[in-house]
Write a protein that binds this ligand. Structure first.
Ligand code: BG6
Ligand code: MG
Length: 212
């Protein structure tokens, strides 16, 4: 890829496997409410904010809950999710991800996180990446979550690069759409077959070192 100076990584499902904890926490909440929930519904939540995810989980039952009840349900899901996060250590950062990040940094790229998650800072700290990235844009700093490009535009501006000079790495369709809406180039990871919008799709994060 030409003229790329910066790489903006999604967090959940790209840097770490916290996507599986999101799944388990939503599943526990949905089960307690007697609502159906499976991997397919979970796929729709990737990249989407907590409250918007709750609306998808509630589906046609959304109108049965008041705003206060919804806030409480989202908080309950987050408590379950955080109980999984609390057990995470730097050992949960895969060797592959670690070495890919260090190789890309050595090659001179600016590296950032662009995540819808309000738990981003905690996750990075627990993985031992608290100080690693040149910029971190997350769910606490934005008003519109993916597929809106806000979080990626914020990351690019924090880095001082233009979208045309940055590539976004995403596992979510909403994230790839956000990247394209912001005029970034987009690499989809594990999105083969269901993401016609990404410029390139790769199977593993380490494949980045063959492209960048
Ligand atoms: C995204 C995840 O990174 O963050 C979504 O892909 C999640 O599944 C969203 O809903 C918000 O996360 P959090 O940690 O703020 O509830
Ligand atoms: Mg993701």
């Amino acid at each position: 890829m030409n003229d790329i100076y910066a790489i903006i990584f999604d967090l959940d499902g790209v840097i770490c496997t916290t996507d599986k904890y999101h799944y388990l926490a939503w599943k526990a909440l949905a089960d307690s409410l007697g609502l159906p929930f499976d991997e397919k519904v979970n796929g729709l939540l990737r990249g989407v904010s907590r409250m918007e995810s709750l609306e998808i989980v509630l589906g046609e039952h959304s109108a049965d809950y008041s705003q206060e009840q919804k806030t409480a349900l989202a908080a309950r899901k987050n408590e379950i999710y955080k109980s999984y996060l609390s057990a995470m250590t730097p050992g949960d950062l895969s060797k592959e991800v670690r070495s890919t990040l260090y190789t890309l940094r050595q090659r001179g790229y600016l590296l950032a996180i662009g995540s819808s998650s309000k738990n981003t800072r905690q996750i990075l700290r627990q993985l031992g990446l608290g100080e690693f990235f040149d910029a971190v844009a997350d769910g606490t700093m934005i008003t519109r979550s993916k597929p809106d490009p806000e979080v990626f535009l914020l990351a690019a501006s924090m880095l001082g690069v233009r979208p045309e000079n940055a590539v976004v790495i995403e596992d979510a369709e909403s994230g790839v759409r956000a990247a394209k809406a912001g005029r970034f180039r987009a690499i989809g990871i594990r999105t083969e077959g269901n993401d016609p919008n990404s410029d390139i799709t790769i199977r593993h994060l380490k494949n980045l070192t063959e492209i960048l």
